[in-house]
Design a binder for this molecule. Structure first.
Ligand SMILES: [Zn+2]
Length: 199
């Protein structure tokens, strides 16, 4: 005989697949959901379903968006001569929080990591190159994570963009070594933007 009803086991199992959620936390969340109102539990289920149905990648920058192109790409107040290259859409949120940056973005959807089979063709690198080819972009700020994968991705991009008449800079100053951009605070990211260096 089961100690816990099968649907509860299944919920714990699903929750424990979430990043940063261990089996103990998963169990606690599952029992909290059991105890909470139908409305609350359904709101969570609906939010998950809706995000999968309605949110897509922007066809220009690969940020998550409901409308294509995204709000940043279609905004008339953004500086279209600067593109900031990040690994994940989450990084855009981190940079936007600083209110320091007014240019456009390009999300790679990962970083180079040959061991995990993350080769250049798996990232939105060709798409970045074709944006540069179209012209109008004067500076590319590479804001990949300060990890060895983030650094080798940055190096790859700077080599890839060498033939083009574009200034390539890299966020460096103040970012914690080995750190994920998404966890850096606003002040650190602001300083890193101001102190970017030509690659
Ligand atoms: Zn976009």
């Amino acid at each position: 005989m089961r100690m816990v009803a099968e649907p509860v086991e299944r919920l714990i199992d699903e929750l424990s697949r979430l990043p940063g959620v261990g089996p103990k936390t998963a169990a606690r969340l599952a029992f909290w959901l059991l105890k909470s109102s139908d409305e609350r539990a359904n709101a969570l289920a609906d939010a998950i379903r809706e995000v999968k149905q309605r949110v897509k990648h922007c066809s220009q920058c690969y940020n998550y968006t409901e409308s294509d192109p995204c709000a940043i790409c279609s905004s008339p107040s953004r500086d279209r001569s600067v593109v900031c290259v990040v690994e994940e859409p989450l990084d855009i949120r981190a940079i936007e929080r600083t209110h320091e940056y007014k240019g456009l973005y390009h999300v790679l959807l990962g970083h180079l990591s040959p061991l995990d089979n993350m080769t250049p063709d798996k990232l939105k690198l060709r798409e970045l190159e074709s944006r540069i080819k179209q012209g109008g972009i004067k500076e590319v700020i590479i804001a990949t994570d300060a990890t060895s994968e983030g650094n080798s991705t940055a190096f790859f991009i700077s080599r890839m963009l060498e033939p083009y008449d574009v200034k390539v800079t890299r966020l460096a100053h103040g970012l914690p070594v080995g750190g994920d951009l998404e966890y850096a605070d606003e002040v650190t990211i602001s300083r890193a933007l101001q102190g970017r260096q030509v690659m």
